[in-house]
Every structure is written in structure tokens, then in C-alpha cells.
Design a protein around this ligand. Structure first.
Ligand SMILES: [Zn+2]
Length: 391
């Protein structure tokens, strides 16, 4: 019996296509129709890959902050066979080390994923020597595609900042907020309003005014966000950071994602979007398994919305990965029928292990195998039929 579980774990995390195809369901089936909770041996596994050679019109890069293979498997178990991670036809691993550290932080990790460049820890959108480097979102914006991000941390936090800002230190929030107000992305959703208020800034500037002058509607709650008719939207859900999802945080990740998709998908040229499940990392930093699992459940809902969109659209590449693992999580045991994990953390910091990569859509097959985190962005460009200028 024990041996069986080991094989299942590998198949689930690596989503080996041959395994997945054994129980392949017609792509018109919804995921819910093709699996029921507890169907471990008959879990549908990966859906079919789209035809090779097709270009990706849209790219959605999803970062589970701190989400290593153990975190993913904890979610697969917790979802009792209905995990959205099982819907990806291709998967691989990403090596996360930074330019100057065995173990990366979110600044260097996010920068590597979205710009294709290694940098030192704490840097955002710049090389170790301070040279600015462009993210795939900034490039897409210049090409006339729509762009946006949704996060469950502050919009100024390291991961979202790496899509638009260029600073040598991740806590330079005054500068980062100025860069955000001028980046031109179409949709930006997260926390962090307080850093935009002139009274809280050393420079006394007002980037909220800049956002308004640049044509954005700014909304301050889930309800306002849903009601907005604007195609240039910034939503601040809170002054600084959201609380954990478990005690009753609004469903900002899934609802923010759906809203962003509504807006971004209007562009006939396509879009590039980044989504971050930011607090998987925080739960793991706290060595709090319940916190981590609640954030993973929230992440699953967002994944479902994204994959449902991508399946219907047919032209969207979805890449899910992590900037690093957090907590050195070990799953000592648990109960698969009950969806319960026994979690043990060996650190309250990040670890240096490889993290998983999952891909769906045109170009997804190129994300198999062990890759460097800086390989991900050039592969996304290639999937879009764009030339990578990264050496
Ligand atoms: Zn991180």
C-alpha cells in the first residue's frame, strides 16, 4: 500500500502525460464532471495538450509564493482528487538560486521569472549592477497587448513590483509606487494603498493623482471593483496587507482574477497577466499549516477560473510556478480519504529546493524537465512567437 502512494505522489506532482492520458476525458467535459472527491486511482490527470505549433495569444504566469512540491501535494491531498493542479498536461522543475545566494528571496525570484535575468537578493527589475531589465508584461505593453496583475499582498510587494519597477532594494516603496503609477498596465489589483497617500511618503508626491491622470479608475473594495466599467482599473482592497483568507478575507484572488480576465481579454492582440498567491509563503514562514492550506485552497479557486478561461479560449498559455519554497515543508503522513496532511516545517525561512512548474496551452510542452527560473520567460516569449533578446 505504501509503495502505491509513492507512485501516486510522483505522478500527481509531475503530471506525466502518459499517466494522465490513461483516464483522459473528452476536453468538453468539465473537471468536476470527470472526477469526484476520493477517486484517487481514477483521478483524471492531465488534460490533452493543444496542437503543437500554435502560438499563444495570451500568457498568464501564476506564482505561488513559497509553493514547493510539498505545498502542491498538500493541496492535491486536501482537494481529495479534485485539485486543479491535476489539469496541467505538462510539468517540470525550476532551479531558484539567485545571482548571489543559494536561496533566493522574492525580489530576485520574481525578477528571474518575469524578466529572465538572475539578480541579487532584494533587487527588483534590475541586474546586480543596477541595470534595469524589462518584464514580459512591460514588453507586452509596448507591443500593444493588455497587461495586468492580481496579488494577495500589497501591489508594491516584491513579486508584483518585479513586473513593473526597477529598484535595488525591495522596500523602496515610495519609488516603487511611482513606477507603478507610470507603468501603463491595464489592471492592477492588490493591497498597499497607504504608500500612495502623500502624508505617508517621504517625497510628499501623490501617485494616486498620477494614476487618475493616466486614466485609471481606482476602486477600494470588492463591490466597487465588480461594478467598475473602466478598462483601466486599479483596485486597492486594503491600506497595507490583507489578512489571511481563513478568518473571512473577501475572495479577492479569484474575483480579482475574473475581473482582470474580463478586461484584458477584450484586446484582440492578446494580453499578459501575472497572478500571485502571495500568502502561501506567509503561512509557511509562520509554520502554520492551517494558514498555508487555506491559502492553497484559495489558490485552487483562482486556478480553476484561469484554466476554465484557458480551456474555453484555446489560445492562452498558463504557467504556474513558485519563486522559491518556504518552510522546508515535509509531509510526514496524513489521510488521503479525509484530505488531511501532517505537516512539519524545518525552517521559518525559504529553502533552496527546486520548485514545480506546470503549463497548459500553446507552448506548454517546452516547460518540461529541469529548467532554470530565468528560462521560463524566454519560453513564454517563444510560445507567443516573439523573439527573445535575452542572452
Ligand atoms: Zn517569495
Amino acid at each position: 500500500m505504501k509503495k502505491h502512494f509513492v507512485i501516486l505522489a510522483l505522478a500527481s506532482v509531475m503530471a506525466i502525460p502518459a499517466w494522465g492520458q490513461r483516464n483522459f476525458q473528452a476536453s468538453t467535459d468539465t473537471f468536476e464532471e470527470s472526477a469526484t472527491a476520493g477517486q484517487w486511482l481514477d483521478a483524471p490527470g492531465a488534460q490533452a495538450a493543444l496542437p503543437a505549433g500554435k502560438k499563444a495569444k495570451n500568457v498568464i504566469v501564476i506564482i505561488g509564493d513559497g509553493m514547493g512540491t510539498a505545498q502542491v501535494y498538500a493541496s492535491v491531498v486536501a482537494q481529495r482528487g479534485l485539485s486543479n493542479f491535476l489539469r496541467f498536461p505538462f510539468s517540470g522543475f525550476s532551479r531558484t538560486f539567485s545571482n548571489n545566494r543559494y536561496t533566493t528571496d522574492s525580489g530576485a525570484g520574481g525578477t528571474a521569472i518575469v524578466t529572465g535575468h538572475k539578480t541579487d537578493n532584494n533587487h527588483i527589475g534590475v541586474l546586480a549592477d543596477g541595470t534595469p531589465v524589462k518584464s514580459i508584461l512591460s514588453m507586452a505593453h509596448e507591443w500593444g497587448l493588455s497587461t495586468g496583475f492580481v496579488v494577495t499582498s500589497s501591489v508594491l510587494d516584491a513579486t508584483p513590483a518585479s513586473t513593473y519597477a526597477h529598484v535595488p532594494y525591495r522596500k523602496m516603496f515610495d519609488t516603487i509606487s511611482l513606477h507603478m503609477s507610470q507603468c501603463g498596465f491595464d489592471v492592477m489589483i492588490g493591497g498597499g494603498l497607504s504608500n500612495f497617500r502623500p502624508e505617508n511618503r517621504k517625497d510628499g508626491l501623490n501617485p494616486l493623482d498620477t494614476l487618475l491622470k493616466n486614466g485609471y479608475e481606482i476602486t477600494y473594495s470588492l463591490e466597487e471593483m465588480k461594478k467598475s466599467r473602466s478598462d483601466k482599473l486599479v483596485t486597492f482592497f486594503c491600506e497595507n496587507y490583507y489578512g489571511p483568507v481563513a478568518p473571512g478575507r473577501d475572495p479577492v484572488l479569484v474575483e480579482g482574477t475574473k475581473k482582470a480576465l474580463d478586461i484584458l481579454a477584450k484586446n484582440p492582440k492578446g494580453f499578459v497577466m501575472m497572478i500571485e498567491g502571495s500568502q502561501i509563503d506567509w503561512g509557511c514562514h509562520n509554520n502554520d499549516a492551517a494558514y498555508m492550506e487555506a491559502e492553497l485552497a484559495d489558490f485552487e479557486k483562482m486556478l480553476k477560473a484561469v484554466l476554465d478561461f484557458a480551456e474555453k479560449d484555446g489560445n492562452t498559455l498558463v504557467v504556474v510556478t513558485a519563486d522559491h519554497e518556504t518552510g522546508g515543508l515535509v509531509l510526514k503522513g496524513g489521510d488521503i480519504e479525509k484530505g488531511r496532511n501532517e505537516c512539519k516545517y524545518i525552517t521559518d525561512g525559504h529553502s533552496g529546493v527546486m520548485v514545480p512548474v506546470f503549463a497548459y496551452g500553446p507552448g506548454a510542452e517546452t516547460f518540461s524537465g529541469i529548467q532554470n527560473n530565468i528560462d521560463l520567460m524566454p519560453k513564454m516569449l517563444k510560445a507567443m512567437g516573439r523573439k527573445s533578446t535575452i542572452k
